[in-house]
Every structure is written in structure tokens, then in C-alpha cells.
Ligand binder design. Structure first.
Ligand SMILES: Nc1ncnc2c1ncn2[C@@H]1O[C@H](COP(=O)(O)OS(=O)(=O)O)[C@@H](OP(=O)(O)O)[C@H]1O
Length: 289
């Protein structure tokens, strides 16, 4: 399929702001209001990601660390958009949630700079290797709620090359967050590290959030955060279709089943350009331990 044909495909309600595409559910006064409406409480936590990088997973781990709950699944509101029937945080003026409140966002660092640097908003950023992100994002676009993207993975890759993806370019997003990695209130976690050693990641997050956890509780959180356990909980609550959007394969390296040689070369060059100079790298193949 030609890219021109795929470009005829309509991203539902696409709106563009400062050269980046956003989704229709995003509130229109995006530029000023989202962060401004938010009176940050000292215990608030923001989980920031480029889509398909492990947002739901981190949301669940953080919720369990903070709230010590046994009920599931947990849904944290997105700052900028409604998911299903759940209102976005800004439409509720960030009130009405149990403290400590946990919010999610796919927006970039620029939107939250003041909140993080001046108001000490604790922020956990999850990043994932962009190759697997693109494959996961492609599968999400195949779904009905994103107008069932009609093209192949290669067509989707072209949208990425043309900087047409919703929420912009994964390289831009990761590079901007990574450059802030020494900020006191910011913690960056790589999806691949959670896969490889979830216990260590849970311990570090608990430490960052100032929550003491017993070893028993840590292992419970890790077990409840496993792909199988989470998928089961979400499927029984929301049905298989919804659950498939957020729990598809959950592995490192699925990109190898989709990328052609040119795409591998293109994306490796992007990594050289964006990530090498700032010392950011990702594991992008399964690691045998
Ligand atoms: N517990 C656990 N373990 C391993 N992997 C997991 C887990 N939970 C979610 N996932 C994988 O994360 C991908 C979805 O990312 P997001 O939650 O960020 O999606 S979204 O942006 O909120 O739509 C999606 O990746 P892919 O499987 O590659 O599509 C999910 O399967």
C-alpha cells in the first residue's frame, strides 16, 4: 500500500499542536491548561510515557506500592484524555481521587517542566526500545477505536518516518525525558529492566516514593504484576478486546518479526542520532539469564 493511501486514513479527531499530532480526546486548550489546572499535592505521582512503553504496567505497580490493595484492576486517569468512560484528570480538576494520587500522561517533558522542577512533582518515566514500541503501537492502531488502521506494519513505519504518529516521535519523547534524568524528582525506568528484574525495579520505585515494603510484599507485587496475572485481571474486568490493547505479548524483541532491513537501518540511524550523543541505549533482544 502506498503511503498516500494510508495518509488518507483518518486518525480519529486528529489535532496538531506545535507540530505534534494528538488524539481527539485531548482537551482543546492543551497548550496552557493541562498543567496549570493541577494543584500538585506533595504526594502526587505522575507516570509519563510515550504510548506502548509499559504505562499500564507501571500504573499497576505504583498503585500496589502506594495503596497496598488487593482489588484489581487499577485505573489511573490520564491527565490529558478520557479512556473508556473514565474522565481525564483535568476534567475533574484533579480532585476526587484517593491520595496519594497517581496520574498518567503521554505528553512530553515540556508540559510538566514547572511541576517537576518547581513544585517537586514526583514523576516516573517509563521508556521502551522504540522498535518494540512501534510494533505494539501498530497493533493498537489496528483496533477499532483507532479506526482500524488499514495498512501493513511497513505503512505504519512510514507514518513514523513522516512524524505523523499520535503523541509525536518516540525518539523525541525519550531524548527529552532522558536529558532531565538527574532531576531530583524524576525517576526513569526502562521497560526492559522491569522485564529482566521486576523485583529490583519495585524496590527502587518504593524507595523513590518513600514507601517501606517488606520482602514478602515486594514479591507479592511482582507476582501480581506479571504479564499473565495482569492480563487475567483486566480480561475478567473489561473483556478480551479491551485487554488485548494493553496486554498483547509483553516481550522484548517482537520487532524482529516485523522490521525489514531498511527499517532496521533507518531506526538504528535514529538511535545513533538521538540517543548515542546523550548516552541512552536500550536492550532490544531477549536476554537469557
Ligand atoms: N505485566 C506486563 N509485563 C510485560 N509487558 C506488559 C505488561 N503489561 C503490559 N505490558 C505490555 O506493555 C505494552 C502496552 O503498553 P502501555 O500500557 O504503555 O500501552 S498504552 O500506551 O497505555 O496504550 C504492551 O506491549 P506489547 O505486548 O508489545 O504490545 C503490553 O503487552
Amino acid at each position: 500500500m502506498e503511503i498516500s493511501q494510508v495518509q488518507g486514513w483518518k486518525i480519529p479527531g486528529k489535532t496538531t499542536y506545535r507540530g505534534v499530532n494528538y488524539h481527539f480526546q485531548i482537551i482543546p486548550d492543551l497548550d496552557i491548561d493541562i498543567a496549570n489546572k493541577w494543584a500538585v499535592a506533595p504526594t502526587d505521582v505522575l507516570i509519563a510515557t510515550y504510548p506502548k512503553s509499559g504505562t499500564t504496567w507501571m500504573g499497576s505497580l505504583v498503585h500496589e506500592i502506594l495503596h497496598d490493595t488487593t482489588s484489581r484492576p487499577h485505573f489511573q486517569p490520564f491527565v490529558e484524555m478520557n479512556i473508556g468512560n473514565r474522565p481525564c484528570a483535568s476534567s475533574m480538576s484533579f480532585n476526587g481521587f484517593a491520595h496519594p494520587r497517581v496520574f498518567k500522561t503521554h505528553l512530553g517533558y515540556d508540559f510538566f517542566e514547572d511541576k517537576i522542577q518547581k513544585e517537586c512533582l514526583k514523576t516516573i518515566v517509563v521508556m521502551r526500545n522504540p522498535k518494540d514500541v512501534l510494533v505494539s503501537y501498530y497493533h493498537m492502531h489496528k483496533m477499532k477505536h483507532l479506526n482500524s488502521f488499514p495498512g501493513s506494519f511497513h505503512d505504519f513505519f512510514d507514518l513514523f518516518k513522516h512524524k505523523e504518529l499520535i503523541f509525536g516521535d518516540p525518539f523525541d519523547s525519550c531524548a527529552k525525558w532522558w536529558q532531565q534524568r538527574s532531576s531530583r524528582n524524576l525517576m526513569i525506568v526502562k521497560y526492559e529492566d522491569i522485564i529482566m528484574d521486576c523485583t529490583d525495579v519495585v524496590r527502587k520505585i518504593a524507595n523513590f516514593l518513600g514507601v517501606p515494603l517488606t520482602e514478602k510484599r515486594i514479591s507479592e507485587i511482582v507476582q501480581r504484576g506479571s504479564f499473565g496475572a495482569m492480563k487475567e485481571a483486566y480480561t475478567s474486568f473489561s473483556g478480551a478486546i479491551f485487554s488485548k490493547a494493553f496486554f498483547r505479548k509483553g516481550v522484548i524483541g517482537d520487532w524482529m518479526n516485523y522490521f525489514n532491513d531498511e527499517e532496521v537501518e533507518y531506526i538504528n540511524n535514529m538511535s545513533k542520532m538521538y540517543f548515542d550523543p546523550i548516552g541512552l541505549s536500550f536492550v532490544d533482544r531477549p536476554v537469557t539469564q
